[in-house]
Design a protein around this ligand. Structure first.
Ligand SMILES: NC(=O)c1ccc[n+]([C@@H]2O[C@H](COP(=O)([O-])OP(=O)(O)OC[C@H]3O[C@@H](n4cnc5c(N)ncnc54)[C@H](O)[C@@H]3O)[C@@H](O)[C@H]2O)c1
Length: 337
């Protein structure tokens, strides 16, 4: 049994807390917003973000960030854009032996940093791990068998988190390729938006399979150029997470994509989904990263045009289909400058 704080009381923070409590951990769930904490206390669940999942009284609910003190593990379950800010709030209360685990899937806008880099900068005394894989909150909360990876530059910390968290509903594999795991996690959301557009346009299974397969190929291409291993993208945080995100209605990114395919602008689609659509920001980050590294990412380029320059989705699909001929395993992928 471990003492664990989960930072962020959205869908995934609540799901993780409920799952960890079920396996006898002492869990504290923190939100920056006192109204959110009060609402969960009052309703016994998070009515908006994880309805129908009871939050037991044994989970301590608080908006006081000093709740990170003295914990074995602190899990950052806030949206990507809030990770740095929450780490800055927590740092003065954290013990140096506490492991910081990030579950947010994204890159930092502007700096293009991976979130483990952000945490390492803000929490220089703490070991950092990343948990990632196909793990919808709705299913984790209900104990549906789920598999994820725990990645870190520090194998011992990853194994420790595996020891603490793994249970009969959540199987965890250790992974040493932090860069690959984080890029897979962040960029699959862009492909999920594309898969949603495919569905919203009324296209088919062939076209969706094409987006997913060529999508993971270009994510891997960028990843390899940035120092990760190709096989990571065939794993849980690569193709695994891509499959779940591109095929499930639990995915906000896919739902936003469907709305765009049906004729909404990106802004309208995000407003209608009503929650964070992380693929929108990740698309801009991936676009900037790939152009900086000189790596060809045709689906990302087209998604950037659709999301940021109001290109018609049908025109984007046409332009993808009419690209110059290629060999499937072609290694000539440097952008011509
Ligand atoms: N939902 C899932 O199934 C799932 C699964 C795996 C990973 N993740 C990742 O976990 C992260 C959180 O996802 P989620 O689904 O819980 O998101 P969410 O939109 O449900 O979470 C919103 C919550 O984040 C917190 N928050 C929002 N803005 C904040 C701020 N400025 N400062 C501090 N806290 C803030 C609040 O508690 C809010 O309720 C995301 O990066 C997501 O990609 C989600």
């Amino acid at each position: 049994m471990a003492d664990i704080t989960v930072l962020g009381a959205g869908g995934f923070g609540v799901a993780l807390s409920v799952m960890l409590e079920r396996f006898a951990h002492r869990v504290t769930l923190w939100s920056a917003f006192s109204e959110e904490i009060e609402a969960i206390k009052r309703d016994g669940e998070h009515k908006k973000l994880l309805p129908g999942v009871p939050v037991p009284d044994s989970i301590q609910l608080t908006d006081d960030i000093s709740c990170v003190a003295g914990k074995e593990l602190v899990i950052f379950a806030v949206p990507s854009f809030a990770v740095r800010q929450v780490a800055q709030k927590a740092v003065s209360y954290l013990d140096e032996n506490t492991i910081a685990a990030n579950v947010a899937k994204g890159l930092e806008r502007g700096t293009l940093k991976r979130l483990s880099q952000v945490l390492a900068e803000e929490l220089p005394r703490n070991k950092v791990v990343v948990l990632s894989g196909p793990s919808h909150a709705e299913e984790v909360a209900r104990g549906i068998p789920t598999t994820i990876v725990c990645a870190s530059d520090d194998r011992e910390s990853a194994q420790k988190v595996q020891d603490i968290i793994m249970n009969k509903t959540l199987r965890i594999y250790v992974n040493d390729d932090l860069i690959g795991v984080e890029l897979g996690a962040a960029l699959k959301n862009v492909i999920a938006l594309a898969a949603g557009i495919n569905d919203g346009l009324g296209l088919g299974d062939n076209s969706k399979a094409a987006l997913m397969t060529r999508g993971i190929t270009e994510i891997a291409r960028l990843g390899c150029a940035l120092g990760s291993q190709r096989e990571t993208f065939a794993g849980l945080s690569g193709i695994g997470d891509l499959i779940v995100t591109c095929t499930s209605m639990h995915s906000r990114n896919r739902r936003a994509g469907i709305l765009i395919g049906e004729g909404n602008t990106a802004a309208q689609a995000i407003e209608k989904v009503g929650m964070t659509v992380e693929g929108y920001i990740s698309c801009k980050c991936a676009y900037d990263l790939s152009h900086k590294a000189g790596i060809e990412m045709p689906i990302i380029d087209q998604m950037y045009e659709v999301l940021y320059n109001d290109k018609k989705a049908r025109d984007a699909i046409r332009d993808l289909m009419e690209r110059p001929k290629r060999h499937e395993s072609e290694m000539v992928w440097l952008l011509s400058r």
